[in-house]
Design a protein around this ligand. Sequence first.
Ligand code: NAD
Length: 257
Amino acid sequence: MLKGKTALVTGSTSGIGLGIAKALAAQGANVMLNGFGDAEGPKAEVAAAGAPKVGYHGADMSKPAEIAALVQACEAEFGAVDILVNNAGIQHVANVEDFPAERWDAIIAINLSSAFHTMHHALPGMKQRGWGRVLNIASAHGLVASAGKSAYVAAKHGIVGLTKAAALETATTGVTVNAICPGWVLTPLVQKQVDARAEKDGISNDEAKVRLLADKQPSLQFVTPDQLGGLAVFLCSPAADQVRGVAWNMDGGWVAQ
Ligand code: NAD
């Protein structure tokens, strides 16, 4: 379905970004990966999933000049950014009065402003070609809050707002802009919170997972990167041509409560 298209997925060396990259690859898209850590393993996984061509660019998504270079590199190497998945993200948990200002700035930069910068550079080409998909990976925390996550909640509510504004600006074009709002997904980002819960409550890792889920996610099961990949593929399909500006939760019932 996505043969001849190129997907740029930020923060795709791990977790949800890698899962979405593989799902798009399985539909025949070329993929430009981004993120920290080992790139060779993820590149091999995405190629094995079916991507005709796979690239990697190590731009730091907190740095606007590097983000511009990432979009330019994708356009130079593949000829276009047809699908843009703004996924890179970090977390820090502390109450407002204890929250380090430097962590606040980093979370706003990586989880929110980076999506503005990628869209700023990629939307003109999408509009010119008359087709494009922007998928902003928000969170259940783009729709509701939790204590201790002020920067993350602010950034994720912000990216839902950015999604709606950009969707209106592109409403008469072949470019759609939508947000995906996952609940708990067991990735390295969440494993850190599992570890913290296990230590705080003096319990095992498995019990900490059960308690985290029980706090928020009525299904008591983690969402998986593969399931989120399936939603991303749907949003890139012709059936989703008129899905515009939504914040689509896949969260085991989290925000239904
Ligand atoms: P993860 O830690 O597994 O992956 C994060 C990715 O972002 C990695 O590839 C990492 O290298 C990259 N990254 C981090 N900082 C970066 C930077 N400055 N520049 C470039 N890349 C950077 O986390 P994940 O759980 O897969 O999270 C992916 C996205 O999904 C994030 O936006 C997160 O907020 C969101 N999300 C996660 C969950 C969850 O439960 N895991 C739930 C809702 C939303």
